[in-house]
Design a protein around this ligand. Structure first.
Ligand code: GLU
Length: 599
């Protein structure tokens, strides 16, 4: 989606002191002092997100003495208001936290879970997979939300403020409204048909029965009340009590318009599912890369293992000296191989025997790297290897099926004045999630369970991503934090974009760490995404560049993708300074802010 016009907060008052300084793109005029800039440099902490209102909410918390975890929760809650089709309390995500005192990285898996009654036939009817689109807009695809529990877990573990305090900026934003921009309208338009199936969704997002008008104020008083309730009672209020009942009723009997002629398949979510939901505090993946340590999400996300394996494969080449075409060639081939292993080995570790450590071991990467040639291209699907028994240049495995993943989601990155860092990706799966709004509650439920494989592969090959009771669907979300040899942060980043998240994070990291690009330029660089498929997706910037022909000459094939990902990041500079960076163009540009801009 493009976002040509910035969405502006009508009421969130932010003093001029929190405005960012920019560099790479012209600033857009903001209301009430909220400027949108892709780069900001300064002291006191930093926030980068896709949305100026959301970044401002985080900055407000940092200015009020909150830490990075507090600010991340406030920013995420504000994104639930202004980016309701990408993120919110009806979804899930992955939270990565660097603690400056102990110089250690911690993670929270806040992924949605399948109902306890689910089995591998969740999406099978009469022996066949149901149509993907029917699964998306249904109760069947809704997993138990993990986002409220993620916020509570993060705050209980490392926060300094109460949830109620941190939800206030978002609550205000929901109650008083934000200004509708082109993207909000066009995202609503692309969902209009299915939003009309569900009267509660239509009432909220098609006010007066029409698409929201650009420049009008969009209010969501139901969400303001829901945030107020969660703030007062704690996130547990979503998992027990009236709100939990409302969610269960909505999923199991989707409130569909009888005139719409649409059958919304019911889910089978129970109060037990909600009350049994737990986030997981778990060790991050750790990959050593050119003297740095790259920390990311371990399964149930495939982000950490796949980015990590690809980095290890790339480490055998000095990418700083490679030509641009050779750099892209290596990057594409490393992604291809890492995706082959992701498909075969990664699923929810509570159900699958996932060789997480082995996948990110240098020994395994070396065995896989030998498949790459300088002057030829691997043929996809490349077979997976066996991380537990690495065999050099092995091609004997059988490729697992690839699953479609949506391209919505949002990523935010925060640093505070104490040096703590948060890298947090959250989602409701595809743009507009399941399209089912919980009546009178102001938020859309996820369709995350469509990230599972729909049917066992035929001919049979082990697929670690089939549905199961209470199982987490495999994700690609890759919130990442890189530390130097002293355990101090270098950079933190992440992106939305379904399975392309992995390649976006990998390409941005290598652009920044190896190719010497400033962070904002590494984010802006035209993207390529190879996921063990015949052709590699490339953005227009590469499609029209001489690199395309150079790569085609050694056997690469391409297809165009107008826009891949929407990354944000922060970089630690000397003397307590931070640089926040976001997109310059994609989705109309993101929003980087710091507490005290450097002159
Ligand atoms: N559901 C996807 C995942 O967990 C993310 C969807 C997206 O980025 O749009 O990987």
């Amino acid at each position: 989606m493009t976002r040509p016009v910035a969405r502006r907060l009508a009421v969130l008052a932010v003093s001029a002191a929190v405005m960012s300084v920019g560099a790479a793109a012209p600033p857009s005029a903001g209301q009430n002092g909220v400027e949108k800039e892709p780069v900001a440099v300064g002291h006191g902490g930093a926030v980068a997100s896709v949305d100026p209102d959301a970044s401002a909410a985080g900055i407000e918390v940092l200015r009020g003495g909150g830490n990075a975890v507090d600010a991340a929760v406030a920013t995420a809650a504000a994104l639930g208001v202004t980016e309701p089709y990408s993120a919110g309390i009806g979804g899930g995500g992955y939270f990565v936290y660097y603690d400056a005192v102990s110089r250690t990285v911690h993670t929270i898996d806040g992924r949605e879970t399948a109902p306890l009654t689910a089995d591998e036939n969740l999406f099978v009817e009469d022996g066949k997979a149901i149509p993907f689109a029917d699964a998306v807009s249904s109760g069947l695809s809704v997993g138990t939300p993990g986002t409220p529990a993620t916020w509570q877990t993060a705050l209980d573990s490392w926060g300094s403020k109460r949830l109620g305090t941190l939800l206030k900026p978002a609550e205000r934003l929901a109650r008083d409204g934000f200004t509708v921009d082109e993207t909000f309208r066009s995202q609503t338009a692309s969902n209009e048909t299915r939003f009309r199936y569900f009267p509660d969704t239509a009432e909220l997002f098609l006010p007066g029965g029409e698409l929201p008008v650009v420049g009008s104020t969009f209010k969501n008083p139901d969400l303001a009340r829901t945030y107020e309730e969660l703030g007062r009672k704690g996130a547990g209020a979503l998992y027990r009590g009236k709100l939990a009942h409302d969610i269960v009723d909505t999923v199991n009997e989707p409130p569909v318009d009888p005139q719409a002629g649409y059958t919304a398949r019911p889910g089978d979510l129970s109060l037990k599912d909600l009350s049994a939901y737990r986030t997981k505090r778990q060790a991050p993946t750790k990959t050593s890369y050119r003297g740095l340590d790259v920390y990311a999400m371990a399964p149930s996300s495939s982000g950490g293992t796949t980015v990590g394996e690809a980095l290890n494969i790339l480490e055998s080449t000095d990418l700083s000296k490679a030509s641009e075409a050779q750099y892209l060639h290596r990057y594409i081939e490393a992604s291809r191989i890492a995706f082959a292993d992701r498909g075969r080995w990664v699923g929810d570790p509570a159900f699958e025997d996932v060789p997480t450590k082995e996948l990110v071991s240098q020994k395994y990467a070396d065995a896989r790297a030998c498949l790459i040639k300088d002057d030829a291209v691997l043929t996809s699907p490349v077979a997976p290897g066996d991380p537990r028994n690495p065999a050099k240049c092995d091609t004997s495995g059988t490729a697992a099926p690839t699953t479609y993943e949506g391209d919505s989601t949002t990523h935010l990155t925060v640093a505070d004045k104490w040096g703590n860092v948060v890298s947090y990706t959250l989602t409701i799966e595809q743009t507009g999630g399941s399209a089912i709004t919980v009546p009178d509650r102001g938020f859309i439920l996820n369709n995350e369970l469509t990230d599972f494989s729909f049917t066992p592969a035929s001919p049979a090959v082990h697929d670690p991503n089939l549905p199961g009771p209470g199982k987490r669907p495999r994700s690609s979300m890759s919130p990442t934090i890189v530390l130097d040899k002293h355990g101090k942060p270098v950079v933190a980043l992440g992106s939305p974009g379904g399975a392309t998240i992995i390649t976006t994070v990998l390409q941005t990291l290598t652009g920044f760490l190896d190719r010497g690009l400033p962070l904002v330029d590494a984010i802006a660089a035209p993207r390529a995404s190879q996921r063990n498929q015949t052709t590699t997706e490339i953005e227009p910037g590469l499609w029209t560049s001489p690199r395309k022909a150079e790569l085609e000459a050694i056997g690469h094939g391409f297809r165009q993708n107008a826009e891949i990902g929407a990354a944000t990041g922060v970089q630690r500079l000397p003397n307590g300074k931070w640089l926040a960076a976001a997109e310059t163009e994609r989705r109309g540009g993101g929003s980087a802010m710091v507490v005290s801009p450097a002159p």
